[in-house]
Design a protein around this ligand. Structure first.
Ligand SMILES: CSC[C@H]1O[C@@H](n2cnc3c(O)ncnc32)[C@H](O)[C@@H]1O
Ligand code: ZN
Length: 444
């Protein structure tokens, strides 16, 4: 039988229901779909147009970055070592007001996509302005993405008011709705920047179009305290009062949770998106991952934007998530490597409601995956390949990446983006953005 692609891999990390790791298996791909996974010696029945040998590699489902702001890659390192409110109000928002236009989003998103592909990310869940540019960059580069239609109760370069946020967002949704790699959510920024009336306005639109919601929630203790002072309840309880808690909600951050908050999340099967490095860097607090797992809550991993991280490296983020939970709970098995990998793949797919399509290497799923060469000093010896991947490997060992069967990185070379040209464009932006660079007082 003729097929488009056969990849022979030393290990296939399936992330199926039993976390099976298959040794010396072949993954058979027809166009965009995995049609078989079988021992290499049994694969002779297939005659592939392309045969790729990954004898030193593990093949794994592509990472799903469940929360980011891709274009903010241009603001990487702009304002470091600050808490969220100061970072956002005094640095990021003023810079965005001055600079975040259509070209900024186009070039910043390309920069982010290049970094994500190089790091094995095949799908990202984005929240930013000018989603027409994000959608174009996604479409041109071949990555998969879920684009949040932004809503925030103040004017930006993208939209002047709620009506414009909605109408411009929906126009992009309508334009790209037939693109198989582009999905949409509604993305109200946060409960402290979007009032009840705005949330009530978007609710029926989300329902009618069957769109999920993606919102920053319980990011800091301050946010929770201010919500209690202003509304009498925590931010998640406020969303519950508005009837917004359901399995189509992705709640980003979720630190400082009371037992009642956790009960609400579990009861309504809300998805929690854990962004450990952004929470650490902005000193926001800790998501109680262990307690959420115990309550059977779906937890996925996001990097947040590069301005608060300062990278969008899902492999590194996943290791941080595992180590942080162990340290916080003083329990070494609180988040094992296997569970952390599930959070970075299939759980992200579940949160995006794409788990029938992506998130694992199984027959019938889209061929979204990466190959990582483990035959290096850093990753030898190998006793358990998932442990090696999460605890020892580095994203620079990733050699090849496919989305829907298209090879977006081949032997560490991007195939749909020109890296040298991109770096030149970014250097131009750096000169323009430099006046906004925050330099804290140097210690004497
Ligand atoms: C509505 S577009 C996205 C908006 O969110 C800002 N942002 C980026 N990171 C964070 C964060 O961790 N918490 C809150 N807001 C964040 C970004 O600068 C855009 O203005
Ligand atoms: Zn964010």
């Amino acid at each position: 039988m003729q097929v488009s692609l056969q990849i022979n891999a030393r290990w296939v990390i399936t992330v199926d229901a039993d976390d099976n790791v298959l040794e010396n298996h072949a993954v058979i791909i027809q166009d965009d779909i995995i049609i078989d996974v079988l021992p290499q010696q049994d694969a002779k029945k297939y005659s592939p147009v392309e045969l790729i040998e990954c004898n030193d590699h593990a093949l794994a489902p592509g990472f799903i970055n469940a929360h980011t702001h891709a274009a903010m890659s241009l603001l990487k390192g702009l304002a470091d070592d600050l808490p969220l409110d100061e970072w956002l109000n005094d640095h990021i928002w003023p810079a965005e007001t001055a600079l975040a236009d259509s070209d900024f989003v186009k070039d910043g998103t390309e920069l982010a996509i290049a970094e994500m592909i190089r790091g094995g990310t095949t799908c990202f869940n984005d929240m930013y302005f000018f989603i027409d540019q994000t959608a174009t960059a996604v479409s041109n580069t071949g990555i998969r993405a879920c684009l949040g239609i932004p809503v925030i109760d103040f004017p930006t370069r993208w939209a002047k008011d709620l009506n414009e946020y909605i109408s411009k967002g929906l126009a992009v949704h309508d334009h790209f709705r037939s693109n198989e790699l582009i999905h949409f959510t509604f993305a109200p920024h946060a409960p402290y920047t979007v009032c009840d009336d705005s949330l009530k306005t978007i609710q029926p639109i989300m329902d009618e179009l069957g769109l999920a919601m993606h919102i920053h929630l319980h990011e800091t203790e301050d946010e929770v305290e201010q919500s209690i002072a202003k509304h009498g309840v925590s931010p998640i309880a406020r969303l519950n009062n508005l009837g917004l808690l359901n399995p189509d909600l992705m709640a980003i951050h979720m630190t400082h949770l009371s037992a009642t908050d956790i009960q609400l999340i579990a009861e309504h099967r809300v998805n929690v998106i854990h962004c450990p490095e952004s929470n650490l860097k902005l000193a926001s607090g800790f998501c109680p991952v262990n307690e959420l797992i115990t309550s059977n809550i779906n937890i996925a991993i996001g990097t947040d934007g590069s301005a608060s991280n300062n990278d969008i490296d899902m492999l590194g983020e996943t290791k941080t998530a595992a180590l942080l939970t162990k340290g916080r709970t003083k329990q070494a098995d609180a988040l094992p490597a296997k569970t952390a990998l599930r959070m970075a793949t299939i759980n992200g797919a579940k949160a995006l409601r794409l788990d029938k399509k992506i998130g694992s290497l199984e027959i019938g799923k889209q061929a979204d995956m990466f190959a990582i060469n483990l035959n290096s000093i850093e990753t030898q010896p190998i006793y358990d390949v998932i442990s090696t991947l999460i605890y020892s490997a580095n994203r620079s060992q990733i050699t090849d990446v496919w989305v829907a069967g298209q090879r977006l990185m081949q032997d560490q070379q991007l195939t749909t983006l020109d890296e040298a040209q991109l770096i030149e464009k970014v250097k131009h932006w750096q000169r323009k953005i430099n006046p906004f660079h925050h330099q804290p007082n140097k210690a004497v």
